[in-house]
Design a protein. Structure first.
Length: 279
């Protein structure tokens, strides 16, 4: 292959590298097909569209990965060197470059529009009607959940009222606060009913993460960010903080309970109200 156009030769090192690439491809395909470490079981309505976009991206990039690694392994194994050959050089190949760049651009544009459609539907389609609204306040290192009472109105909160017994600074003098429910580390919602989560942070950036519901949204100081989801499986799930928020970040977790009926959800709200007010 002295001029870059010869047959080349098969070398032991080339075969070893080719075999390594083949093993890498087989393991990668097995991981994708068998899915031993995959997403947790879906437990929300909107999550199916998010999973479909993820799968589409993974399939396209997976095909590109298999093809490029297979070609790399083949050429290294097939065209070995004795240390004296010189590689051939082509200045350019306009047709090949055009086809490669155009094909890549089309694939990426399609994937971007698929993701954009789901993003717009999730974040910019307006808030659902008859939803359960929960104000979630993040702080180092806990979650606090605030529900409106029977009047449907949230009581006033003021940072100047924050104390070890009043994490969100709820103004008890505000008439709308009398029937509000406040819970630390424990969130309840009814199954098959839209939920609006209004996120706030008291200190640093946190990230409200529900892996089973495919919900992940940062809580940013000074902002009230709304995110929605509809749980469709009654169970108990962990609420994680997906943002490194301090030295005790690992302790920042809560529990989401998706109640099997609205009656169960209402019973929990009543119990928490009694716990707060003593009535």
């Amino acid at each position: 292959m002295a001029d870059g156009k010869g047959p080349g030769r098969i070398t032991t090192s080339g075969l070893a590298f080719g075999a390594l690439m083949a093993i890498l491809i087989v393991i990668s395909l097995w991981l994708f097909i068998a899915k031993p470490w995959w997403f947790p079981t879906l437990a929300s309505v909107h999550g199916a569209e998010i999973d479909s976009v993820f799968n589409a991206v993974l399939i396209v990039t997976g095909i590109a990965f298999v093809v490029t690694q297979a070609l790399l392994g083949y050429f290294v194994a097939r065209y070995g060197s004795s240390g004296k050959e010189k590689a051939d050089y082509w200045h350019d190949n306009p047709k090949g470059e055009f086809l490669l760049l155009t094909g890549t651009a089309i694939i990426l544009v399609v994937l971007v529009f698929m993701g954009q459609r789901v993003w717009l539907k999730y974040y910019f389609s307006g808030l659902p009607e008859n939803a359960v609204t929960v104000q979630v306040t993040a702080q180092q290192f806990q979650w606090t959940f605030h529900y409106p009472g029977a009047d449907g109105k949230f009581g006033e909160t003021d940072l100047r009222l924050v104390s070890p017994s009043n994490f969100i600074g709820l103004n008890e003098k505000d008439p709308a606060s009398k029937d509000d429910i406040v819970s630390t580390g424990e969130m309840h919602v009814p199954v098959n009913k839209p939920v609006v989560v209004r996120l706030r942070s008291k200190d640093v950036i946190h990230s409200f993460h529900l892996p089973f519901q495919r919900v992940k949204q940062d809580a940013v100081p000074g902002l009230a960010i709304e995110v929605t989801f509809t749980p469709n499986r009654a169970d108990t799930f962990e609420i994680a903080c997906a943002e490194l928020c301090g030295n005790n970040h690992y302790k920042m977790k809560g529990m989401l309970t998706v109640d099997a009926s609205e009656a169960d959800f209402d019973a929990w709200l009543k119990a928490k109200l009694v716990e707060r007010t003593g009535d």
